[in-house]
Write a protein that binds this ligand. Sequence first.
Ligand code: CA
Length: 237
Amino acid sequence: MSTTELATDTVLIVEDEPKIARLVADYLTGSGFTPHHVEHGDAVLPWLEERETLPELVLLDLMLPGTDGLTLCREIRQRWPKVAIIMLTARVEEVDRLLGLELGADDYICKPFSPREVVARARAVLRRSRAATAPEEAPEEAQLSLDDEGWRALADGHDLALTAVEFQLLRVMMHSPGRIFSREQLMDHMYRDHRIVSERTVDSHIKKLRKKIAEVWPEREIIRSVYGVGYKYQPEE
Ligand code: CA
């Protein structure tokens, strides 16, 4: 049985293009991380099994020689649930497909990316996963709560007066903080009767929902758009 201990700020880069791997590794090192690099898909699981401490984060390329990124993502999620995963993909459209597969990756980055973006996303994902594994320390202020029976959302006790659709959207996203939902996934949750609705419909409901939240918390952006992909609920930065 291998370890479940995480080594803080350690990142495993799984990438078969040495140039990209080196660039990302250099940037991570310069930003205080300790990167490791594995090139071949088949080498990833053995590498993790042999570690005395696990990397906190895996940057996982989708297309790899040997075992592909999809399979590796599922395996890592299942065997080492505390390890955060950011998938690297070649196309934005790919992200939609991956989201549909519900692999459980924490974030997705499309190539070509800037190493600076990778570092920023790595920090955000780690902040989130550390908060999730840290002992409960619920902040007293700024609570958003749902009243499922009354279909009401309360921000610091103020009723946001959401429509049924807005409430459902918020409920779906709040159920999985940090998870990115595509517009299509959100539509599935909103319209059980398979009415034809456009993705713009989702955008317009989200816009109204955000506006209502902003009336109570002008400084906080808890529903975020993820460019080219969809939306997520993220209460903390
Ligand atoms: Ca590749």
